[in-house]
Design a protein around this ligand. Structure first.
Ligand SMILES: Cc1ncc(COP(=O)(O)O)c(C=O)c1O
Length: 460
């Protein structure tokens, strides 16, 4: 492409496209192509992508012809019919997916993480209406978790800056305390995981167990700062759910499909959810698809056995849930993950990635905490390790910008909190090799050194 053509494309993009999560004055980069772990912008500059498409999506990497060909072949055979009818890829993918999720048996298709979560919330409300006289309608969510962009998903989101100015919100959503041990709300303690889970019980008792229908949690909080719940947390959460007849909804929109070194994040903790939602890695961004997966019990709770009832089923539809591109891409994606043992790779390379980041924590005075599992790691940046004072968002932005200049794309918590937008996020594709992790670590090391020089050197 000629320079003039590129400039006119950049100009029309800047003039007419309303970009996601971008202040108006910002001019976003324009990506032209991708291959494996790398993308190239319209000026031909190459970047190593350490966040799988910016928001932890492209699990199998870029340029997978196998997926593109499967989608193409399917589209010319049968592109769309509403999910009120069946299609071949939807059935095939559901069967294959459920093999990875013992105890779950139904897949509901839609097209985004938010939508998958909305379906789950609607299921909880409908079960409350049908089985509990409408009473068990409340849904708990956790501080720092994110569940999507719609007004109801924001109602279930524990990030104040994402919510700010978009209220009023949907009633019936109640927050529980976060479980980030580094920022313990109760000082240093031995059983932080149990304490954080017990706080959920307190909320249930305060609200009244007969009013609480479900709790929606990320297995590892993603955009809220890559927070892995501490030891003991998940087992206790499961006990509490059983004790108070509260459904456990796990939001695997980010963690699902291998990201954390298991097929699903919840599978690290020996728990059995009632509802699991997933989106990003399901088709690695080759097509839009999300799934709300439930147990047979949930499926049957919606069903009255009374065939004369007009309310005997889930009265929901998602137009593009009938696109065949989603499940056919998802099936090819899953086959690649299996064939190339990418879940194992995520675990093995993830351990190396964490090791490298822990080295950076030792070396750099502003790396306060390193957290995560598999190819999903966060570094919390602070002004001082003792006080744990979070840096201003402009500092984490400067570190990410420095890496970008070096040709490495990293992520960061972004306009989510008033004061805690200070976590750098890494989620490279599951195909990542050790030398690429070394390149990512080198770039972050250099960026940290340069930013530290600016912020820690006292002015003369
Ligand atoms: C944990 C989690 N749930 C839900 C969503 C919403 O997904 P989507 O943007 O596809 O609606 C996101 C998006 O980042 C997410 O991180």
């Amino acid at each position: 492409m000629k320079d003039m053509d590129i400039q006119s494309l950049v100009d029309s993009n800047n003039e007419h496209v309303w970009h996601h999560m971008k202040p108006h004055q910002a001019t976003p980069m324009m990506i032209e192509k991708g291959q494996g772990m790398y993308v190239w912008d319209v000026h031909g500059k190459q970047y190593l992508d350490a966040v799988s498409g910016g928001v932890w999506c492209v699990n199998v990497g870029y340029g997978r012809e196998e997926i593109a060909n499967a989608v193409r072949d399917q589209l010319v055979t049968m592109n769309y019919f509403a999910q009120t009818a069946g299609n071949l890829p939807a059935g095939r993918f559901a069967k294959k997916l459920l093999e990875k999720m013992p105890g779950l048996s139904r897949v509901y298709y839609s097209n985004s993480g938010s939508e998958a979560n909305e379906k789950a919330f609607k299921l909880v409300r409908q079960i409350a209406a049908k089985k509990y006289g409408g009473k068990k309608y409340k849904i708990l969510y956790r501080e720092r978790d994110y569940h999507g962009t719609t007004i109801t998903c924001l109602s279930a989101t524990g990030q104040e800056e994402r919510r700010d100015q978009y209220g009023p919100f949907t009633p019936g959503f109640v927050s529980v305390p976060h479980c980030c041990e580094y920022r313990s709300q109760w000082g240093e303690m031995e059983d932080y995981g149990l304490k954080a889970a017990d706080e959920i019980e307190k909320v249930i008792l305060r609200e009244g167990p007969d009013t609480v229908g479900a709790i929606c949690l990320e297995p590892i909080t993603a955009g809220g700062g890559v927070i892995e719940p501490p030891i003991g947390y998940w087992q206790r959460v499961q006990e509490i759910c059983h004790q108070y007849d509260v459904l456990l909804h796990i939001d695997e929109v980010v963690c699902g499909l291998g990201r954390t070194g298991k097929w699903f994040g919840y599978q690290h903790y020996g728990i059995q959810p009632d509802i699991v939602t997933m989106a990003k890695g399901v088709a690695s961004g080759y097509a839009a698809i999300s799934c709300t997966v439930t147990t047979e019990r949930i499926y049957q709770l919606i069903h009255d056995q009374d065939t004369t009832s007009r309310m005997d089923f889930f009265r929901d539809i998602s137009t593009f849930g009938g696109c065949t591109a989603g499940p056919v891409a998802a099936l090819a994606n899953l086959e690649i993950i299996e064939r190339e043992s990418l879940v194992d790779n995520a675990r093995i390379q993830g351990e190396y990635l964490k090791e490298k980041m822990l080295e950076l924590q030792k070396k750099h005075p502003i790396v306060g905490d390193v957290r995560g599992k598999g190819l999903f790691v966060g570094l919390e940046i602070v002004t001082d390790k003792e006080t744990k004072q979070p840096v201003d968002e402009s500092i984490s932005a400067a570190i990410a910008a420095n890496c970008l200049k070096q040709g490495v794309i990293i992520g960061r918590t972004n306009r989510s909190f008033q004061t805690l937008n200070n976590t750098l996020c890494l989620s490279p594709a599951l195909i990542t090799q050790q030398y690429e992790i070394d390149l990512i670590a080198q770039a972050i090391d250099k960026a940290l050194t340069e930013v530290e020089e600016k912020i820690l050197t006292p002015a003369l």
